[in-house]
Design a protein around this ligand. Sequence first.
Ligand SMILES: Cc1cc2nc3c(=O)[nH]c(=O)nc-3n(C[C@H](O)[C@H](O)[C@H](O)COP(=O)(O)O)c2cc1C
Length: 211
Amino acid sequence: MSVDMQTKQDVLEVMKDRHSVRKFEKGVTIPEETMEEILKATIEAPSSWNLQHWKFLVVESEAQKEKLLPIGFNQQQIVDSSATIVILGDLEANLHAEEIYGQAVELGFMENAVKETLVSQINGAYERDGFAMSEALKNSSLAAMQLMLAAKAKGYDTVAMGGFNPAALIEEFNIPARYVPTMLISVGKAAVEAYGTARFPLERVVVKDSF
Ligand SMILES: Cc1cc2nc3c(=O)[nH]c(=O)nc-3n(C[C@H](O)[C@H](O)[C@H](O)COP(=O)(O)O)c2cc1C
């Protein structure tokens, strides 16, 4: 098997092995360089127009995790895991367009006129009702998935959580209005394996060509 084939197989293994862990070993610190590696893999996620609609609030200190606990409906994994990461979606990611495409022009990848058209198209789209929210949630969710897989590949387990009070989270953690909390993800060393979950068979979820 070639090296490339081997790597592709490993990715599939990681995807298959990832399941939600809810009991973590307490007191485990993820080395800073490992956390950085996980986050670097996370931000390789694709995003509409490459606007990178995400921000990650990494809650690692015991005091801050304790603060997060009631906001996350007392889900114990929030404090037992090494870190609970708040995945935020950026409601104003269109503001990145100028920088991202300006860089492309500077590097000679794009004509300035093309950049101007693109930036104006993006800003136009952001005027549509509900667009910013759906883009923020959609794109930050892709990063969230990537984070869970990267963590698993580095030997850590995760659980995504939608069970939290967003208003309290925003208030307690001073989250600027620009960001919408998408989900929380606890990351750490599993103390108890994830319990089994099943999936619907493919024929139940796949439709070919048209409904
Ligand atoms: C958006 C989202 C929100 C979730 N919210 C919670 C949660 O609040 N608490 C929890 O224990 N698990 C939560 N989960 C985990 C799911 O229950 C779990 O992913 C699902 O049962 C499939 O199991 P698996 O992840 O072990 O494969 C959430 C998962 C997702 C994707």
